[in-house]
Design a protein around this ligand. Structure first.
Ligand SMILES: Cc1ncc(COP(=O)(O)OP(=O)(O)O)c(N)n1
Ligand code: TZP
Ligand code: MG
Length: 215
């Protein structure tokens, strides 16, 4: 994708376990509030599987398509291929980066979670388009997340001259988003800050304000 850096500004991630009302409603509001990218992450307690998962993914993808928001699938490469999604996000415990790149082709977006300089170098060599770095702050959303690491790695990568797009993730809200951007990230990715908000629309708006504050 031509303007991935712009698309990564306000990156909303969600699945049905993260929502207090219907996922379609939450996503629609978040889009109205100004999110720039969406990741379907159907994971955690009560997560849908099989046809129910496919149907929800399809419904959310259609909402994204109506609003020109790129639709990324977390972990599930087969689902991404089935839906002809705009991209896939994988972590260090998922399929190897080069295999996923081979399977999705050069045109699709490939996001990779990295926690160290070594992982970052390898992911880039194998075909990553952007890094997800975190948890920046403590998070209750991902039970098996590594300890929070602040913005250290983001800063280090920028100092070392890495120009690849980066998003911070983990415990990010409109109150702390600015320091993630100041550290060198292109955008912020959030689950709870939008999905649990009384108004996902207002929450997305507030995040957007922080991300664009110095532009
Ligand atoms: C943008 C973004 N960054 C990081 C992650 C985490 O991916 P992973 O480490 O594979 O963990 P799960 O999300 O699969 O539990 C992400 N999903 N998105
Ligand atoms: C998927 C993921 N990867 C690292 S932290 C995290 C969870 C982020 O969720 P929240 O924005 O609710 O802290
Ligand atoms: Mg994963």
């Amino acid at each position: 994708m031509k303007n991935l850096q712009q698309a990564l500004k306000v990156y909303f991630i969600m699945g049905s376990p993260n929502c207090r009302k219907s996922p379609a409603e939450v996503l629609t509001e978040a889009i109205e509030g100004g999110i720039t990218l969406f990741q379907f992450r159907e994971k955690g307690e009560g997560a849908l599987t099989g046809n129910a998962k496919y149907k929800l993914a399809k419904e959310l993808q259609q909402i994204c398509q109506q609003h020109q928001i790129p639709f990324i699938v977390n972990d599930d490469l087969e689902l991404a291929l089935q839906l002809d999604a705009d991209g896939v996000h994988i972590g260090q415990e998922d399929e190897p980066v080069h295999i996923v790149r081979e399977k999705i082709g050069a045109e699709k977006i490939l996001g990779v979670s990295v926690h160290t300089m070594e992982e970052a170098v390898a992911a880039k060599q194998e075909g990553a388009d952007y890094y997800g770095i975190g948890p920046v702050f403590p998070t209750a959303t991902k039970k098996d997340a590594k300890p929070s690491q602040g913005t250290k790695l983001i800063k280090k990568l920028r100092i070392e001259g890495f120009t690849i797009p980066i998003v911070g993730i983990g415990g990010i809200t409109s109150d702390n988003a600015a320091c993630v951007i100041e550290a060198g990230a292109d955008g912020v990715s959030v689950i709870t800050a939008i999905s649990h908000a009384e108004s996902p629309l207002e929450a997305a708006k507030a995040l957007k304000m922080e991300v664009y504050r110095n532009e």
